[in-house]
Write a protein that binds this ligand. Structure first.
Ligand code: FAD
Length: 385
């Protein structure tokens, strides 16, 4: 028997390899020796499939690494990767193992050093012009092969468009589980990863453990705390040579959406409005205040549901998770689902006319008053400076 697959360049969708053995495009099959098979191989119609050994996770070494998939776009590491390195470091201390980042890119150009500075002990680096832009099939094969070879015990991805596309495919390829959209990661007494995520529409927080290895999670941007950049941190860089698959797709151009992106996760200051603003028109003063102090505008779900502002401004359990230096909550009650998205902000200022509003329980400073009076007064004070 020979394990073969139809060559991508073969023009038909199937080939007859004698004795009733038909091989179709996309299949990898054991075919008994025959004249037809020999000829098809010689003519390049079929190729002998390489044995790719799947890792079933059973022999995971206790001390094996924690991996962070280092997503890059235009040779710039996504911020969520740096946050994940911070989270991985905390996990690694509980497990006494190393943290490794895996990066596929066109050229390193300092990316490995940046990953080490933010917490990686080791960087697996694959450089190739074909890895410049994310392509589902190429990246899936590359990371699946690397995981099968190096057997990390945990792999974490950002819950970005790329991470959400890539991680489930890898989990299928290497036969392990995946917990998507985690908001917290921890290690239990059996050294297993405890993955917390909102479930049932956000009504409960589920804690999920995975029996198979590697344990894999995607984590929302903004949830984990990035460590400071330690430029002097030492780490190793392992250059890897990948067998890069021929992609079925070709990236012709990458066009950025013309619409202004609401960049809540990366903003240092956020001013959020809630139902206490009383009407849509009053968001104008929030926007004015935000533009004066260089802030992004956030919102509670109540006002998104009212149609006062678009949903990409929503902060909370079913919105964005943010961690700015300053979060100003204007007319927001502080429901648990809103707090879930902003309570890790470095400083919280709340403006609410109800002195018993829940938001005051987590606020560093509180202003009890009518937002429609307090915000214009603040704007006036800033403009008068
Ligand atoms: P309200 O609760 O109505 O509070 C308005 C506040 O404004 C009150 O505290 C009031 O005292 C104050 N106020 C009124 N008038 C004034 C004034 N003139 N000046 C000053 N203060 C004033 N919510 C989110 O925000 N994000 C989420 O991601 C989210 N996900 C959810 C997921 C699920 C599954 C569920 C069930 C709910 C979710 N919610 C979410 C909704 C959440 O429970 C609250 O209903 C919502 O956060 C309330 O928004 P709010 O604070 O703007 O409005």
């Amino acid at each position: 028997m020979t394990k073969v697959k139809l060559n991508d360049a073969y023009p038909n969708i199937e080939i007859d390899l004698g004795m009733g053995n038909v091989l179709r495009k996309g299949e990898t099959k054991d075919i008994p020796e025959s004249y037809e098979l020999k000829q098809a191989i010689e003519l390049g119609h079929v190729e002998v499939a390489k044995e790719t050994k799947k890792w079933d996770g059973k022999n995971a070494k206790k001390g094996s690494e924690i991996w962070v998939f280092a997503e890059q776009r235009n040779n710039k590491i996504s911020r969520v990767v740096l946050e994940l390195l911070g989270a991985a470091r905390a996990l690694s201390e509980k497990l006494s193992v190393n943290v490794a980042a895996v990066i596929l890119c066109e050229k390193d150009n300092g990316l490995s050093n940046e990953l080490i500075a933010y917490g990686a002990d080791k960087v697996y680096l694959a450089e190739d012009a074909r890895l410049k832009d994310y392509q589902t099939d190429v990246y899936t094969k590359a990371i699946s092969d690397l995981v099968s070879e190096h057997k990390p015990q945990i792999v974490i991805y950002g819950a970005t468009h790329i991470g959400r596309d890539l991680a489930p495919r890898i989990s299928q390829r290497i036969s392990t589980g995946l917990t998507a959209d985690c908001t917290c990661l921890d290690i239990d007494e059996d050294d297993l990863l405890v993955q917390t995520k909102p479930a049932f529409g956000g009504n409960i927080m589920a804690q999920i453990k995975c029996k198979t290895k590697p344990q894999m999670s995607t984590v929302r941007p903004g949830v984990m705390k990035m460590l400071p950049n330690h430029k002097k941190r030492k780490g190793s860089v392992v250059k890897i040579r990948l067998e890069i698959a021929q992609s079925k797709t070709k990236v012709i151009d990458i066009i950025k959406s013309a619409k202004k992106r609401v960049n809540l996760e990366e903003s240092g200051i956020i001013i959020s409005g809630g139902r206490g603003l009383c009407e849509k028109k009053n968001f104008e003063m929030i926007e004015k205040f935000a533009s004066l102090i260089g802030a992004e505008v956030g919102a509670s779900r109540a006002v998104v549901d009212e149609g006062w502002i678009k949903e990409d401004h929503q902060v909370g359990q079913t919105g964005k998770t943010v961690r700015p230096k300053l979060y100003i909550a204007c007319g927001i009650s502080g429901a648990i689902q809103h707090r879930a998205g902003m309570q890790n902000s470095e400083m919280i200022i709340a403006i609410n006319k109800d002195p018993n509003a829940m938001i005051f329980q987590i606020a560093d400073y509180g202003i009890v008053g009518d937002v429609k009076e307090v915000i214009p007064a603040l704007i006036k004070a800033i403009e008068g400076e």
